[in-house]
Design a protein. Structure first.
Length: 173
């Protein structure tokens, strides 16, 4: 199975992905550490390092699926081309795809979480609140092929245990 996370930075998707990945014994592939590694290699930040990170994540997910394991891709997936990347991978590999979108309906809580997180990703700047606000405007509605895929939206104002249990039930359905 391929599970693709989606949601704004700081919404809580990585936390949910890690816990669900542990429960499923699934590999979790996160785009941000990949981009940090690309930048660490000396690739200029004015290059499309985000796109490169998504493509590397896709190739890694492909290898994990081909090895017979479930995989969770942890990425913002804010635009249709990014989401369709996972639709195409699942289709090409004959795998089930499920999207788990994570939001935080409490803007103050979201901002607080974002500003207090420390990911320790060298060469990758922490996302600030202004950047998140800009991404809200750039976040595509779910349409095209990704709209037809099973998706659950979790609100991270709920307790983490509640959201993980909801994600697990969704995955099992």
């Amino acid at each position: 199975m391929l599970i693709a996370m989606a949601g704004l930075p700081g919404s809580g998707k990585s936390t949910i992905a890690e816990i669900v990945g542990g429960r499923l014994r699934a590999s979790v592939i996160s785009v941000d550490p990949i981009e940090s590694a690309i930048l660490s290699a000396g690739i200029d930040s004015d290059q499309p390092t985000g796109l490169a990170a998504y493509l590397v994540a896709e190739k890694l997910a492909e290898f994990v699926i081909d090895a017979g394991h479930d995989v969770i891709v942890d990425a913002v997936n804010a635009v249709d081309p990014a989401r369709e990347q996972w639709v195409n991978l699942a289709r090409d590999r004959g795998e089930v795809l499920k999207f788990i979108e994570v939001i935080c309906s409490d803007l103050e809580l979201h901002r607080s979480r974002l500003e207090s997180r420390e990911r320790r990703l060298p060469h990758l700047s922490e996302v600030n609140w202004n950047a998140v606000e800009q991404r809200v405007d750039e976040y595509d509605p779910w349409s095209g092929p990704s709209a037809a895929v099973a998706r659950i939206t979790l609100d991270s104002v709920n307790p983490i245990g509640f959201n993980v249990d909801a994600a697990m039930a969704f995955i099992a359905s």
